[in-house]
Ligand binder design. Structure first.
Ligand code: ZN
Length: 198
């Protein structure tokens, strides 16, 4: 990219490191940013810096939030005895969009993957176990329907069942290998309704 000045090349390179952004998209975004007003660019830059600085993990469910507790954990009308375990905050958002789930969540920030060297201690499982010492009726495992998600589900089931808490797994309405965030709301709702006990 020698035909661009070093500042433009640097901007393109930084943007191309983002997931799903190839070289072409990075160039398009870079020139879009150069066409924005200084005020708009400052707004974009400070949104990124502030989010990175201020967003933290909810002390209950480990999702991202600005406060000590996320809005779902802080909501006393939610059923705090039902915990749905998801891999990431995007999956949480996907289930929230169905508008039908009244329980709370637990975000693992990943899944167990021996192939990738990700073990149980690398995801937020110990935080889940701490929560289960409280008043909990059911753990719904809604990890993705792939090898890592299934391995994680089996692992959780083995940990939780001996405590005497019900463990269920979302139904296979979710296509195998499917990322939850790309599945439509009705399918997700059916997968939740059709969950089976492990
Ligand atoms: Zn929370």
């Amino acid at each position: 990219m020698e035909f661009y000045s070093s500042q433009i090349s640097n901007l393109i390179e930084q943007l191309s490191r983002l997931p799903g952004i190839g070289a072409k998209s990075a160039q398009r975004l870079a020139f879009h940013i150069l066409n924005m007003s200084e005020q708009q660019v400052a707004g974009l830059a400070s949104a990124m810096t502030n989010a990175k600085k201020n967003v933290r993990y909810c002390k209950e469910c480990c999702t991202y939030t600005d406060d000590e507790l996320c809005p779902i954990c802080a909501n006393m009308r939610r059923n705090h005895k039902q915990i749905m375990v998801v891999e990431n905050p995007r999956d949480l958002a996907a289930y929230e969009k169905t508008g039908k789930y009244e329980g709370v969540y637990h975000v693992l920030h990943g899944a167990i993957s021996p192939m990738a060297g990700i073990g149980p201690e690398d995801i937020r499982l110990s935080e889940l176990m701490v929560r289960l010492s409280g008043d909990v009726d059911e753990v719904i495992v809604a990890t993705n329907k792939n090898l890592e998600g299934d391995t994680t589900a089996t692992y959780i089931s083995k940990l939780v069942k001996p405590i005497g808490i019900k463990v269920s797994r979302i139904a296979s309405g979710v296509p195998a290998g499917g990322d939850l965030e790309y599945i439509d709301e009705i399918t997700l709702y059916r997968a939740l309704e059709g969950r089976t006990y492990m």
